[in-house]
Design a protein around this ligand. Sequence first.
Ligand SMILES: Nc1ncnc2c1ncn2[C@@H]1O[C@H](COP(=O)(O)OP(=O)(O)O)[C@@H](O)[C@H]1O
Ligand SMILES: [Mg+2]
Length: 465
Amino acid sequence: MIALSLAEVAAAVDGRLVAADPAATVAGSVEFDSRKVGPGSLFVAFPGEKVDGHDYAATAIEAGAVAVLGSREVPGVPMVLVDDALTAMGRLARAAVDRLTGLTVIGVTGSSGKTTTKDLIGQLTARLGATVAPPGSFNNELGHPYTALQADPDTRYLVMEKGARGVGHVRYLCELVPPRISVVLNVGTSHIGEFGSQDAIALAKGELVEALPPDGLAVLNADDPRVDAMASRTQARVVRYGEASDADVRAEDVTLDERGHPSYTLVTPEGRAPVRLRLAGRHQVGNTLAAAAVARELGMPLAELATALGELGLVSTRRMDVFDRPDGVTVIDDSYNANPASMAVAVRALASMGQGRRTVAVLGYMAELGPFEYDGHAEVGQLAAELGVDRLLVVGEPAVPIHEGATAVANWGGESVLLTDQAAAVEVLRSELRPGDVVLVKGSRYRTWEVADALRADAGGESTR
Ligand SMILES: Nc1ncnc2c1ncn2[C@@H]1O[C@H](COP(=O)(O)OP(=O)(O)O)[C@@H](O)[C@H]1O
Ligand SMILES: [Mg+2]
């Protein structure tokens, strides 16, 4: 972060210095994991039931931390004492970004594709200037300030993912790190169990454009009616992207090659240019258009933009990571997480890559769907069957509605198998896969990863992407 004296830190977080030199300067990183602390760091100690950060305060000082931001005194340790370290970290982030006058903050939200699109935007802005957009999500009240505090006076672009599990969450994240450009991707059904309805999700996601200043920019998906309608909720300018014929930044003539890589004609007010993506999946058309709208706003010329889009790669792991094994099996590792919309795009990608090949989908349970629990799963199964996926491996008892949705499709030529757990799925895959097959692995986190990792390990190592 920018260098701040402990007196400035204390003022920013409304804290009290204990056994600390007010003139000592935090010039290093702000860390809550003592193992990451280096010279000049500020260590943030969170209280916890299992692990209490204060127990690591002395270790952090030994590792070079200037002081510890925490909520109880630790004898012999220089401290910035506050009521709540998480709130304090948020306020510190705000104080730091407020001092960075040359910084443009870009926020991304939506039900699916936030991390992916944040990574795409970060790759484009890195061509224009120093960028902070670390891999992974960092989209909550902890990850957000943690990421923002990585910006320093050289940073020109800070690209932030804003997650929400309820109304008011995005607004709070925007108070911590106010965006000048806000991108809203879609309003789906992830976390709908907590939100209650899609309209509530739209209300929550739209807080990102409400937070914009009048000279800011809202980048809205013209193909999603709930997102398009957010134009009325901002005082900022609006740029609409999508495949809609009246979108400002749009894709025409979209095609997919046999690897599921989309090509399209990029159309902007400045003209037209051909784009050929290295990324897999039709959903990347919209994601790359959103990123293009941001880069265009920041001054990237059309020709350079089209080239840059074609060079975009994957940054965060387990999101549409396609790799070929030496035995001729192609694996789509999309195992990071899942909701009905992201399951649908992944199954479509599988179908498009599987033309003339046998397709296998290993699908797991999607959490937090509340009243949509049954239909959310059944519709994915139905889609897979309608698209002609050859083999469906449904993993875990709660995912059974996927199986039911698929088997209810009349005349489906494929077959669905119910498996108790991931190990059983791996066993079936090991005995059944043959050269030429395309396998999609998708579900909500943790154990689903095991299937993708087993398929990788069987191939004798790392991704060959
Ligand atoms: N624009 C999109 N619409 C629907 N699904 C998408 C989109 N972009 C990505 N996905 C799917 O969502 C999955 C999760 O993507 P990710 O970028 O991690 O989303 P988030 O950060 O919003 O959870 C991807 O692996 C892909 O299957
Ligand atoms: Mg994410």
